[in-house]
Design a protein around this ligand. Sequence first.
Ligand SMILES: CC(C)(COP(=O)(O)OP(=O)(O)OC[C@H]1O[C@@H](n2cnc3c(N)ncnc32)[C@H](O)[C@@H]1OP(=O)(O)O)[C@@H](O)C(=O)NCCC(=O)NCCS
Length: 342
Amino acid sequence: MRATVDRPGLDNQGRTPLIKIRRVRKGDLAKVRDVIEQAFGDFFERQMGTRPRQVFGGAQYVHHRWLMEPWGCFVAEEGDGKIVGAALAVMWGTVGLVGPVAVLTNYQNQDIGRQLLTACQGFFSENKATLEGVSTYPNSPKHITMYQKFGYKPKGLVVIAAKPMDRREIVQATRPPRAGLEVRRYSSLEEARKKAAMLRMRRITNGIWRGMDLGKEVEIVDGLALGDTLLLEKGRDVIGFAIVHMPGVSEAPHGSVFVKFLAVDSRQRKPENLHALLAAVEEMAHAAQLRRVVAPVYTYYWTAYQTLLERGYHLDFTMVRMKRGKQEDNEHPDDLVLDDWR
Ligand SMILES: CC(C)(COP(=O)(O)OP(=O)(O)OC[C@H]1O[C@@H](n2cnc3c(N)ncnc32)[C@H](O)[C@@H]1OP(=O)(O)O)[C@@H](O)C(=O)NCCC(=O)NCCS
């Protein structure tokens, strides 16, 4: 039975408050960020014994995600208009991703998280997602059980890898890529060439999962100058790309460059192509005088994971990937992909 006293989430007769789930509005954004940071701050404090000075190391999720995918952002609101929970979801073409999801601590275990997830599932159905995913905490029975009840299955570990950049690395990173390979910044292209590059990127992601499309992630980074997208070119062809966030108001933690997504064309699965893109990311870190690169990798992409380790990346922390869909185990271990579903 649920406790009925000292729970601000309950009314004075111990009843669960009436909760309305609705889409996020512009005026909610600061509050949504606050709710997410409070809920995660409490969770990290319970897990680690101390509260981090900055939740997510200063990475931010709310404003640009809402601009990018307003129909995928939901809040849980109490009768008096108080926002007590939030969930953000996004469609990468046919791939639907949930997260972050958060409910204020005093309102947890009252079905609010499940109602928010139900709203995200509705959004995925409306958009005909063929694969749905979430990244969560492997050591939390609550999290894993909650997502399992929605049909998500725990799959494998995601390693959030990081590399401190020392002088030697910076010298290596500034070496030009191999002959025939060139890295160009999406932000430096004229509109017509941006369109052509976007089509190429779509072809690359379509080769990983049919219909997967990172276009809106590229556009929001470009439009809000959150960082840049690096295009790896061979001859006149784009054979890989990396969406990179720089710290400030993006998903990059303070002092770090963050690889949000990276993929090499599956017909060009040579580790040297991944090395060339990573070298360019490290060069971006160097140019901005940042001393750390953060790159997430799903360990099922074994070659990509090994390439990161070879380059001096270490395991910072791990999460578990959970998936839902008819053919959830789509990955090829040699696909050179770095993707973060948080
Ligand atoms: C995760 C979170 C969003 C869940 O929200 P919530 O409102 O507490 O969730 P709900 O009450 O709707 O549902 C939780 C479910 O987990 C179950 N649960 C709770 N503790 C559990 C445990 N120890 N083992 C197994 N299941 C557990 C509950 O029974 C409930 O399922 P039920 O309704 O079928 O009984 C919330 O705990 C939170 O904000 N945590 C901090 C931030 C976070 O970790 N976000 C998710 C990151 S992936």
